[in-house]
Design a protein around this ligand. Sequence first.
Ligand SMILES: Nc1nc2c(ncn2[C@@H]2O[C@H](COP(=O)(O)OP(=O)(O)OP(=O)(O)O)[C@@H](O)[C@H]2O)c(=O)[nH]1
Ligand SMILES: [Mg+2]
Length: 327
Amino acid sequence: MPANLTPEYFKAEKWFRSAGTNDEKILALEHMLRVMPKHKGTDHLRADLRRKLSKLRDTDAQKGRARHVDVFHVPRSGSGQVSLLGMPNCGKSSIVAALTNAKVNVADFPFATTAPVPGMVLFEDVQIQLVDSPPITAAYVAPGQVGTYRNCDLIGIVIDLSADAQEQIGVCLDFLESRNLLITGETPAVDGQGNALAKKAFCICTKSDIARPEAFEAVKNSPRLPFESVQVSTETGTGIQELPALFFKLLDIIRIYAKPPGKPADMKDPFTLPAGSTVMDLAMAIHRQLAEKLRFARIWGTGVYDGQNTQRNHVLNDKDIIELHFS
Ligand SMILES: Nc1nc2c(ncn2[C@@H]2O[C@H](COP(=O)(O)OP(=O)(O)OP(=O)(O)O)[C@@H](O)[C@H]2O)c(=O)[nH]1
Ligand SMILES: [Mg+2]
Protein backbone atom coordinates (compact mmCIF):
# COMPACT_ATOMS: atom_id res chain seq x y z
CA MET A 1 0.00 0.00 0.00
CA PRO A 2 1.44 3.43 -0.90
CA ALA A 3 2.50 5.59 2.01
CA ASN A 4 1.07 8.83 0.51
CA LEU A 5 3.39 11.01 2.56
CA THR A 6 2.52 14.70 2.78
CA PRO A 7 4.67 17.79 2.03
CA GLU A 8 4.71 18.48 5.78
CA TYR A 9 6.24 15.04 6.36
CA PHE A 10 8.94 15.67 3.74
CA LYS A 11 9.69 19.02 5.36
CA ALA A 12 10.12 17.27 8.72
CA GLU A 13 12.35 14.65 7.07
CA LYS A 14 14.55 17.43 5.64
CA TRP A 15 14.75 18.91 9.14
CA PHE A 16 15.87 15.49 10.47
CA ARG A 17 18.57 15.19 7.82
CA SER A 18 19.95 18.66 8.56
CA ALA A 19 19.86 18.21 12.37
CA GLY A 20 23.34 18.53 13.86
CA THR A 21 22.67 17.24 17.39
CA ASN A 22 20.85 14.32 18.98
CA ASP A 23 18.35 16.63 20.69
CA GLU A 24 17.49 18.18 17.35
CA LYS A 25 17.21 14.76 15.68
CA ILE A 26 14.84 13.59 18.43
CA LEU A 27 12.63 16.68 17.96
CA ALA A 28 12.58 16.18 14.19
CA LEU A 29 11.74 12.45 14.46
CA GLU A 30 8.93 13.21 16.92
CA HIS A 31 7.59 15.75 14.46
CA MET A 32 7.81 13.26 11.56
CA LEU A 33 5.78 10.74 13.57
CA ARG A 34 3.24 13.41 14.48
CA VAL A 35 2.59 14.59 10.93
CA MET A 36 2.81 11.18 9.24
CA PRO A 37 -0.51 9.93 7.81
CA LYS A 38 -1.78 7.05 9.94
CA HIS A 39 -2.76 4.03 7.80
CA LYS A 40 -1.49 0.56 6.84
CA GLY A 41 0.85 1.95 4.16
CA THR A 42 2.91 3.81 6.76
CA ASP A 43 3.10 1.03 9.39
CA HIS A 44 6.64 -0.07 8.44
CA LEU A 45 7.96 3.45 8.22
CA ARG A 46 6.42 4.37 11.58
CA ALA A 47 8.00 1.32 13.24
CA ASP A 48 11.35 2.22 11.67
CA LEU A 49 11.16 5.82 12.93
CA ARG A 50 10.17 4.64 16.43
CA ARG A 51 13.24 2.36 16.47
CA LYS A 52 15.50 5.24 15.46
CA LEU A 53 13.89 7.46 18.07
CA SER A 54 14.35 4.97 20.88
CA LYS A 55 18.00 4.39 19.85
CA LEU A 56 18.66 8.12 19.95
CA ARG A 57 16.96 8.48 23.33
CA ASP A 58 19.06 5.57 24.68
CA THR A 59 22.30 7.15 23.44
CA ASP A 60 21.23 10.40 25.07
CA ALA A 61 20.51 8.64 28.37
CA GLN A 62 23.87 6.82 28.30
CA LYS A 63 25.67 10.08 27.67
CA GLY A 64 23.65 11.60 30.51
CA ARG A 65 26.32 11.64 33.19
CA ALA A 66 29.30 12.51 31.04
CA ARG A 67 27.63 15.18 28.95
CA HIS A 68 29.97 17.75 27.43
CA VAL A 69 29.40 21.44 28.06
CA ASP A 70 27.15 22.81 25.34
CA VAL A 71 28.53 26.25 24.46
CA PHE A 72 25.41 27.04 22.48
CA HIS A 73 23.15 26.66 25.49
CA VAL A 74 22.76 30.10 27.07
CA PRO A 75 21.22 29.85 30.56
CA ARG A 76 18.26 32.18 30.82
CA SER A 77 18.34 35.28 32.90
CA GLY A 78 15.93 38.21 33.27
CA SER A 79 12.39 38.37 31.94
CA GLY A 80 13.00 37.08 28.43
CA GLN A 81 15.76 35.99 26.09
CA VAL A 82 16.25 37.53 22.64
CA SER A 83 18.82 35.82 20.37
CA LEU A 84 20.32 37.48 17.31
CA LEU A 85 20.69 35.59 14.04
CA GLY A 86 22.46 36.77 10.91
CA MET A 87 25.17 36.34 8.31
CA PRO A 88 28.83 37.28 8.93
CA ASN A 89 29.62 40.95 9.55
CA CYS A 90 25.97 42.06 9.52
CA GLY A 91 26.32 43.92 12.84
CA LYS A 92 25.03 41.52 15.52
CA SER A 93 27.85 42.12 17.99
CA SER A 94 27.62 45.90 17.44
CA ILE A 95 23.95 45.83 18.57
CA VAL A 96 24.82 43.85 21.72
CA ALA A 97 27.76 46.20 22.41
CA ALA A 98 25.50 49.26 22.01
CA LEU A 99 22.80 48.01 24.39
CA THR A 100 24.60 45.96 27.06
CA ASN A 101 27.85 45.78 29.02
CA ALA A 102 28.70 42.35 27.57
CA LYS A 103 32.24 41.91 26.28
CA VAL A 104 31.56 41.15 22.63
CA ASN A 105 33.96 41.16 19.72
CA VAL A 106 33.08 43.79 17.09
CA ALA A 107 35.38 43.44 14.09
CA ASP A 108 35.71 44.30 10.45
CA PHE A 109 36.13 40.67 9.41
CA PRO A 110 33.63 37.79 9.21
CA PHE A 111 33.23 35.08 11.89
CA ALA A 112 34.57 37.41 14.61
CA THR A 113 32.05 35.89 17.04
CA THR A 114 32.57 32.18 17.67
CA ALA A 115 30.20 31.43 20.57
CA PRO A 116 27.03 33.03 21.93
CA VAL A 117 27.57 35.91 24.38
CA PRO A 118 24.67 37.13 26.54
CA GLY A 119 24.21 40.66 27.84
CA MET A 120 21.45 42.37 29.81
CA VAL A 121 19.29 45.17 28.38
CA LEU A 122 17.22 47.35 30.69
CA PHE A 123 13.75 48.40 29.54
CA GLU A 124 12.34 50.72 32.23
CA ASP A 125 12.38 48.32 35.23
CA VAL A 126 12.65 45.03 33.30
CA GLN A 127 15.88 43.16 32.52
CA ILE A 128 15.89 41.45 29.13
CA GLN A 129 18.67 39.12 27.99
CA LEU A 130 20.14 39.82 24.55
CA VAL A 131 22.34 37.11 23.04
CA ASP A 132 25.04 37.75 20.43
CA SER A 133 25.66 34.70 18.20
CA PRO A 134 28.17 33.40 15.69
CA PRO A 135 27.13 34.00 12.09
CA ILE A 136 25.48 31.50 9.78
CA THR A 137 25.92 31.11 6.02
CA ALA A 138 24.10 29.07 3.37
CA ALA A 139 26.90 26.49 3.58
CA TYR A 140 27.69 26.49 7.30
CA VAL A 141 25.89 26.55 10.63
CA ALA A 142 27.94 25.44 13.64
CA PRO A 143 26.71 22.05 14.93
CA GLY A 144 24.54 22.74 17.96
CA GLN A 145 23.97 26.41 17.17
CA VAL A 146 20.30 25.71 16.54
CA GLY A 147 20.08 25.04 20.31
CA THR A 148 20.60 28.74 21.03
CA TYR A 149 17.51 29.60 19.00
CA ARG A 150 15.44 26.69 20.29
CA ASN A 151 16.08 27.86 23.84
CA CYS A 152 15.30 31.57 23.41
CA ASP A 153 11.97 33.42 23.51
CA LEU A 154 12.40 35.66 20.50
CA ILE A 155 14.68 35.60 17.44
CA GLY A 156 16.08 38.87 16.11
CA ILE A 157 17.01 38.38 12.45
CA VAL A 158 19.79 40.89 11.69
CA ILE A 159 20.05 42.12 8.09
CA ASP A 160 22.90 44.36 6.85
CA LEU A 161 21.12 46.97 4.69
CA SER A 162 24.36 47.89 2.94
CA ALA A 163 24.76 44.34 1.55
CA ASP A 164 22.48 41.94 -0.38
CA ALA A 165 19.41 41.93 1.90
CA GLN A 166 17.44 39.35 -0.09
CA GLU A 167 20.30 36.84 0.13
CA GLN A 168 20.51 37.36 3.90
CA ILE A 169 16.74 36.98 4.32
CA GLY A 170 16.89 33.77 2.28
CA VAL A 171 19.75 32.25 4.30
CA CYS A 172 18.22 33.13 7.71
CA LEU A 173 14.69 31.99 6.83
CA ASP A 174 15.88 28.79 5.13
CA PHE A 175 17.77 27.94 8.32
CA LEU A 176 14.82 28.69 10.63
CA GLU A 177 12.23 27.04 8.41
CA SER A 178 14.31 23.91 7.80
CA ARG A 179 14.49 23.43 11.60
CA ASN A 180 10.80 24.18 12.16
CA LEU A 181 11.84 27.08 14.34
CA LEU A 182 9.33 29.71 13.23
CA ILE A 183 5.76 30.03 14.40
CA THR A 184 3.70 29.48 11.26
CA GLY A 185 0.32 28.00 10.43
CA GLU A 186 1.98 24.57 10.28
CA THR A 187 4.35 24.82 13.22
CA PRO A 188 2.62 25.68 16.47
CA ALA A 189 4.43 27.30 19.38
CA VAL A 190 4.37 24.07 21.43
CA ASP A 191 4.31 20.35 20.60
CA GLY A 192 1.88 17.76 21.98
CA GLN A 193 3.85 17.50 25.26
CA GLY A 194 3.86 21.26 25.76
CA ASN A 195 7.54 21.64 24.78
CA ALA A 196 8.35 24.93 23.06
CA LEU A 197 8.82 24.20 19.38
CA ALA A 198 8.72 27.38 17.34
CA LYS A 199 9.59 30.99 18.09
CA LYS A 200 8.47 34.46 17.24
CA ALA A 201 10.88 36.47 15.13
CA PHE A 202 11.44 40.07 14.08
CA CYS A 203 13.96 41.84 11.90
CA ILE A 204 16.65 44.40 12.79
CA CYS A 205 18.09 46.09 9.69
CA THR A 206 21.54 47.49 10.44
CA LYS A 207 23.95 49.99 8.87
CA SER A 208 21.16 52.38 7.83
CA ASP A 209 23.85 55.11 7.76
CA ILE A 210 25.58 53.59 4.73
CA ALA A 211 22.61 51.87 3.03
CA ARG A 212 20.83 52.97 -0.13
CA PRO A 213 17.74 55.03 0.87
CA GLU A 214 15.28 52.47 -0.55
CA ALA A 215 16.98 49.43 1.04
CA PHE A 216 14.79 49.31 4.16
CA GLU A 217 11.51 49.59 2.19
CA ALA A 218 12.65 46.66 0.04
CA VAL A 219 13.21 44.51 3.15
CA LYS A 220 9.86 45.54 4.66
CA ASN A 221 8.08 44.61 1.42
CA SER A 222 9.86 41.28 1.13
CA PRO A 223 7.12 38.62 0.92
CA ARG A 224 9.32 36.11 2.78
CA LEU A 225 9.61 38.36 5.83
CA PRO A 226 6.20 38.88 7.40
CA PHE A 227 7.68 40.18 10.66
CA GLU A 228 7.97 43.54 12.32
CA SER A 229 11.12 45.24 10.94
CA VAL A 230 13.10 48.21 12.23
CA GLN A 231 16.19 49.95 10.89
CA VAL A 232 19.11 51.01 13.07
CA SER A 233 22.66 52.26 12.88
CA THR A 234 25.12 51.61 15.67
CA GLU A 235 27.38 54.16 13.99
CA THR A 236 24.97 57.12 14.38
CA GLY A 237 22.75 55.59 17.12
CA THR A 238 19.60 55.80 14.97
CA GLY A 239 16.90 53.42 16.24
CA ILE A 240 19.13 51.80 18.90
CA GLN A 241 17.45 53.31 21.97
CA GLU A 242 14.02 52.17 20.69
CA LEU A 243 15.07 48.50 20.59
CA PRO A 244 14.52 47.65 24.31
CA ALA A 245 10.85 48.77 24.11
CA LEU A 246 10.42 46.65 20.98
CA PHE A 247 11.92 43.58 22.72
CA PHE A 248 9.51 44.12 25.63
CA LYS A 249 6.50 44.46 23.31
CA LEU A 250 7.39 41.40 21.22
CA LEU A 251 8.16 39.24 24.27
CA ASP A 252 4.49 39.79 25.15
CA ILE A 253 5.05 40.03 28.88
CA ILE A 254 3.48 42.17 31.61
CA ARG A 255 4.87 43.61 34.86
CA ILE A 256 3.03 43.15 38.10
CA TYR A 257 3.97 44.84 41.38
CA ALA A 258 3.24 42.86 44.53
CA LYS A 259 1.89 44.74 47.55
CA PRO A 260 2.00 43.13 51.00
CA PRO A 261 -1.26 43.88 52.91
CA GLY A 262 -0.97 47.17 54.81
CA LYS A 263 2.36 48.08 53.20
CA PRO A 264 3.36 49.97 50.06
CA ALA A 265 3.92 48.00 46.86
CA ASP A 266 7.44 47.05 45.82
CA MET A 267 7.67 49.26 42.73
CA LYS A 268 11.33 48.44 42.04
CA ASP A 269 11.24 44.76 41.29
CA PRO A 270 8.15 43.65 39.32
CA PHE A 271 7.15 40.08 38.60
CA THR A 272 7.01 39.48 34.86
CA LEU A 273 4.42 37.10 33.45
CA PRO A 274 3.15 36.17 29.98
CA ALA A 275 0.43 38.56 28.76
CA GLY A 276 -2.99 37.12 29.59
CA SER A 277 -1.86 35.81 33.02
CA THR A 278 -4.36 35.86 35.87
CA VAL A 279 -4.23 36.64 39.59
CA MET A 280 -3.77 32.90 40.21
CA ASP A 281 -0.82 32.76 37.77
CA LEU A 282 0.83 35.54 39.78
CA ALA A 283 0.23 33.66 43.04
CA MET A 284 1.76 30.51 41.47
CA ALA A 285 4.78 32.52 40.29
CA ILE A 286 5.32 33.82 43.83
CA HIS A 287 4.86 30.51 45.63
CA ARG A 288 3.26 27.38 44.20
CA GLN A 289 2.10 25.93 47.54
CA LEU A 290 0.96 29.23 48.98
CA ALA A 291 -1.10 29.82 45.82
CA GLU A 292 -3.52 27.06 46.83
CA LYS A 293 -4.36 29.13 49.93
CA LEU A 294 -5.19 32.27 47.93
CA ARG A 295 -8.52 33.67 49.17
CA PHE A 296 -8.82 36.92 47.25
CA ALA A 297 -6.76 39.78 45.89
CA ARG A 298 -7.05 43.56 45.74
CA ILE A 299 -5.95 45.36 42.64
CA TRP A 300 -4.86 48.85 41.56
CA GLY A 301 -4.37 49.40 37.83
CA THR A 302 -6.10 49.21 34.46
CA GLY A 303 -9.88 48.84 34.17
CA VAL A 304 -10.52 48.60 37.93
CA TYR A 305 -11.11 51.06 40.72
CA ASP A 306 -8.34 51.44 43.28
CA GLY A 307 -8.19 48.61 45.76
CA GLN A 308 -11.02 46.66 44.10
CA ASN A 309 -11.48 43.07 45.29
CA THR A 310 -10.88 40.65 42.49
CA GLN A 311 -11.12 36.93 41.69
CA ARG A 312 -8.42 34.33 40.98
CA ASN A 313 -9.26 34.31 37.27
CA HIS A 314 -9.04 38.08 36.80
CA VAL A 315 -6.76 38.78 33.82
CA LEU A 316 -3.93 41.14 34.75
CA ASN A 317 -2.62 44.14 32.81
CA ASP A 318 0.89 45.55 32.54
CA LYS A 319 1.80 47.59 35.66
CA ASP A 320 -1.10 46.39 37.82
CA ILE A 321 -0.45 46.39 41.57
CA ILE A 322 -1.77 43.33 43.40
CA GLU A 323 -2.29 42.64 47.08
CA LEU A 324 -2.71 38.90 47.66
CA HIS A 325 -4.67 37.60 50.69
CA PHE A 326 -4.10 34.01 51.79
CA SER A 327 -6.09 31.89 54.24
N1 LIG B 1 28.60 51.99 9.14
C1 LIG B 1 28.20 51.05 10.00
N2 LIG B 1 29.03 50.02 10.32
C2 LIG B 1 28.57 49.09 11.20
C3 LIG B 1 27.28 49.15 11.80
N3 LIG B 1 27.12 48.09 12.59
C4 LIG B 1 28.26 47.37 12.51
N4 LIG B 1 29.14 47.98 11.68
C5 LIG B 1 30.49 47.51 11.33
O1 LIG B 1 30.39 46.25 10.68
C6 LIG B 1 31.48 45.40 11.04
C7 LIG B 1 30.94 44.09 11.60
O2 LIG B 1 30.23 44.34 12.81
P1 LIG B 1 29.98 43.21 13.90
O3 LIG B 1 29.05 43.78 14.90
O4 LIG B 1 31.27 42.65 14.39
O5 LIG B 1 29.24 42.14 12.98
P2 LIG B 1 28.77 40.64 13.39
O6 LIG B 1 27.46 40.39 12.75
O7 LIG B 1 28.83 40.45 14.86
O8 LIG B 1 29.91 39.78 12.68
P3 LIG B 1 30.28 38.21 12.96
O9 LIG B 1 30.58 38.06 14.42
O10 LIG B 1 31.43 37.94 12.10
O11 LIG B 1 29.08 37.46 12.55
C8 LIG B 1 32.31 46.20 12.06
O12 LIG B 1 33.38 46.79 11.38
C9 LIG B 1 31.34 47.25 12.57
O13 LIG B 1 32.00 48.43 12.99
C10 LIG B 1 26.44 50.28 11.46
O14 LIG B 1 25.31 50.44 11.92
N5 LIG B 1 26.96 51.19 10.56
MG1 LIG C 1 29.87 39.12 15.97
